[in-house]
Design a protein around this ligand. Structure first.
Ligand code: ATP
Ligand code: LTN
Length: 333
């Protein structure tokens, strides 16, 4: 892969423990993409507070996520790695973009509707404004591409709409970003209910494989995974959603194509299949967990990564914000 110089931006919220869905839908792709793009990766703690967080836990999860990024192979020497709240431009641009976004558009967002139902006691303005803050993240860095899981597609579409709207009213200001969705792994389903996405905030922890799960837990959860009434290991998301989900997981964790994965289990039963998927996942997670633990014991190093990341990110972000302030008529000294 050759370095293109194009800009790439993505982020994950430091909430709960990450699942293999987050890993496959987001972080795993980032590692390969850093060779090709000028990458900026954030820890989206400002998004995280749209759902109530316990302060000490939010702090802890922030460093854990940073260590995880690095343990997965995201290289702070190659890309910009920073904490969203360290760069004030996010909140500032979000405010401006709010005035280019309609209430009706935000009310229609699937994630807003889902999260409102889930947190009916706390449907705060931030939850509704979440996509605008995300648009601000992406547009500040003039990102050409944004690798995310398919559940974020709607947020990316609204980001594009807002950028185009602003560019049309004033003059070209923002790069209109493209979403980058992986073919396999962009939508990992819950192991106990393949009609739902695997989520780090799911009620039933047996449906999600967390990156912190030890080998026994991983094997046990896969053993319990829902398959279907047949006995053939075949990729058919329509009729065999459970088996197909497991095949997707196996395929990405063992770096094989779906066809190769199917061939591995020709003539084998679901029991052998689920054990093999569990082993492939546990084998990959073990070294990541060890490296994350090592990094977490070196807080000075992690703080250093965040400090230089924030400085680099701020330098880029403030240029875009200055351009926006000028165009909309904010008086400058
Ligand atoms: P929550 O359940 O707390 O809302 P989440 O599991 O959806 O969180 P996010 O922080 O919202 O996690 O997402 C981080 C990244 O992981 C995003 O790019 C998202 O698209 C991706 N992602 C999340 N769940 C999955 C999944 N099941 N399959 C593939 N990608 C996923
Ligand atoms: N909403 C995203 C996290 C996120 C993000 C971003 C992703 C916040 N800002 C900018 C890509 C670009 C999610 O994954 N839930």
């Amino acid at each position: 892969m050759e370095f293109t110089g194009k800009k790439l931006y993505s982020a994950v919220q430091p909430t709960n423990n990450l699942t293999i869905g987050n890993y496959l839908g987001a972080i795993k792709q980032w590692v390969g993409l850093q060779e090709e793009y000028d990458c900026t990766f954030a820890i989206a703690n400002m998004h995280a507070i749209t759902v109530r967080q316990e302060p000490a836990n939010l702090r802890k999860k922030t460093l854990e996520l940073l260590a995880l990024y690095i343990a997965c192979g995201v290289d702070p020497e190659k890309c910009t790695l920073y904490l969203q709240s360290h760069v004030p431009c996010h909140a500032e641009l979000a405010w401006v973009l709010n005035t280019f976004t309609y209430v009706g558009e935000m009310e229609r967002m699937t994630q807003f509707k889902d999260k409102s139902a889930k947190h009916a006691d706390n449907i705060n303005m931030g939850l509704m404004d979440y996509p605008v803050l995300m648009a601000a993240d992406i547009l500040l860095y003039q990102a050409d591409v944004v690798p995310v899981g398919l559940d974020q597609r709607q947020h990316l579409e609204i980001t594009r709409d807002i950028a185009i709207r602003f560019n049309n009213i004033y003059s070209p200001t923002f790069t209109v970003p493209e979403g980058l969705y992986m073919k396999v792994g962009a939508k990992i389903a819950d192991l106990s209910d393949p009609s739902k996405k695997m989520s780090k905030s799911a009620e039933n922890p047996n449906g999600s494989i967390f990156l912190t799960d030890d080998r026994d837990t991983v094997l046990r959860k896969f053993k319990r995974a829902v398959t279907d009434s047949g006995n053939e290991v075949r990729f058919d998301p329509e009729n065999k959603p459970g088996v197909s989900n497991l095949l997707s997981i196996y395929s990405v964790f063992s770096d094989k194509s779906i066809a190769e994965a199917e061939a591995d289990f020709a003539g084998k039963g679901y029991g052998d299949f689920k054990l093999a998927v569990g082993e492939a996942v546990a084998d990959k997670l073990a070294p990541i967990q060890a490296e994350q633990a090592r990094l977490l014991s070196d807080k000075a190093y992690l703080d250093n990564v965040l400090a230089s990341g924030a400085e680099k990110a701020y330098r880029t972000a403030k240029k875009t914000l200055a351009k926006v302030y000028k165009k909309i008529g904010f008086y400058q000294l």
